[in-house]
Design a protein around this ligand. Structure first.
Ligand code: SF4
Length: 405
């Protein structure tokens, strides 16, 4: 699943010219390969931003690793050459082959470890589970430490108790992690606001895009984290929906940006980078075309005009009924937590908007059987009335049962 699906022809040549693609290949990297080492110091860097109070400068574009990295080492090399040094993975990605692939790369080129900001995540949230998965991640990635360790996809601040703080401090003192945080797909604003008051969260990866960034609540949440020194990484920045919606505004959007030399996908990245408190965008870039397209967007200094931003707002409005904003505290509370509505909408997004059929089905299969069996018996009418996006929840849940079940 990619966060950017194309690169305009003009931009392809623009980035090729700017980066000297093919000719500014790193001699250090090539030479190091022969010696079993590598050196990314000659990389052509994309911009960096400071990751909160950690003080670490991270690349403003991060390599999302939700693909089989074992067979994509060339991509990692090129990412390094273009300065994409923020690498994101998780113990769950590709059945572990994302972490294992990074580990094989680091075994081959151990000297580049210091240049990479390595992020991985645990789907176990208790101290014992975190220790178990952290040790597994360290072993798989061939890394002595993880730069930023996340509790993966948490929806409630109640999981960030004193026991987790104590666990993180211990893991830091043992040199196993440098920083601690979490990722959030749902209730992002509430999670950010809660984290900003805790005093020990170093970083958060949140769903954040041209739609969500406009709301007052999201602005407040991002500002609160910035004040608290929490580094922020945006994910799912293309703002895709649970259903693919035809929109005249999208065509107008694409035409407008193409005339300016970039795609609408690149424009959506640019919109997010205009928020200075977002340190990095984590983007799934499983092939060279997407990597080049996104690097081109990161290098290009053209700013969106107010008319273009307004056009994006129109597009967001026109397609809102197909886009779940992750505010599960509204709909899931209304149905007494009988179903993970936000997760189901996200799995449909993987299926309908990203074309990730197997991954969407695997995610859906992870919902406990007793919950899945009752999905079509739940009365979602109250949740639909409250849903700010006016999503037809019952219809989409029914579609998920049929297509993903
Ligand atoms: S279905 Fe509606 S209420 Fe529920 S999380 Fe999505 S946008 Fe929010």
């Amino acid at each position: 699943m990619s966060d950017n699906e194309g690169c305009s022809r003009r931009n392809f040549f623009k980035i090729a010219g700017a980066l000297g693609a093919g000719s500014v290949f790193l001699p250090g990297l090539e030479a190091a390969e022969a010696q079993g080492e590598t050196n990314s110091s000659t990389a052509v860097p994309i911009p960096v931003r400071t990751f909160g109070k950690t003080g670490v400068k991270v690349s403003c574009l991060g390599l999302g690793g939700m693909f089989d990295i074992r067979t994509n080492h060339l991509l990692l090399k090129q990412a390094l050459r273009w300065g994409v040094t923020y690498w994101d993975t998780a113990e769950t990605y590709e059945g572990g082959n994302s972490e294992i692939g990074i580990g094989q790369f680091l075994q081959k080129y151990p000297k580049i470890r210091k240049d990479i900001f390595l992020v991985t995540k645990s789907t176990k949230y208790d101290p014992d589970g975190l220790s178990q998965y952290l040790d597994q991640s360290l072993q798989r990635t061939n890394a002595k430490y993880i730069d930023l360790y996340f509790l993966h996809g948490i929806n409630t601040p109640s999981l960030l108790g004193k026991d987790i703080r104590a666990w993180a401090e211990k893991a830091k003192s043992r040199g196993k992690i440098k920083f601690i945080g979490f990722s959030a797909h749902n209730n992002m604003e509430d999670m950010l606001l809660a984290a900003s008051k805790l005093g020990w969260i170093d970083g958060i990866m949140l769903r954040y895009d041209f739609r969500l960034m406009r709301t007052d609540k999201m602005r407040r949440a991002v500002d609160a984290c910035a004040k608290a020194g929490i580094g922020l990484t945006a994910m799912k920045t293309q703002g895709k929906g649970s259903v693919a919606v035809d929109s005249e505004a999208e065509l107008e959007l694409a035409s407008r940006f193409i005339k300016r030399g970039f795609t609408d996908a690149q424009a959506k990245l640019k919109a997010v980078w205009e928020e200075p408190n977002i340190a990095s965008i984590c983007s799934q870039m499983p092939n060279m075309t997407i990597l080049m397209s996104n690097v081109a967007a990161a290098m290009d200094k053209t700013r969106l005009t107010s008319a273009e931003r307004a056009l994006m707002d129109v597009f967001a409005l026109e397609t809102s009924a197909g886009y779940c904003a992750g505010c599960t505290s509204i709909c899931e509370r209304e149905i007494g937590q009988a179903a993970p509505v936000g997760d189901i909408m996200r799995f449909l997004m993987y299926y309908n908007s990203y074309g990730e059929v197997d991954y969407a089905r695997a995610c859906f299969a992870a919902i406990p059987g007793e919950v899945r069996e009752k999905l079509e018996t739940i009365d979602f009418s109250g949740a639909e009335r409250l849903c700010p996006q006016k999503i037809q929840i019952a219809k989409l849940v029914g579609q998920a049962v049929k297509t993903l079940g």
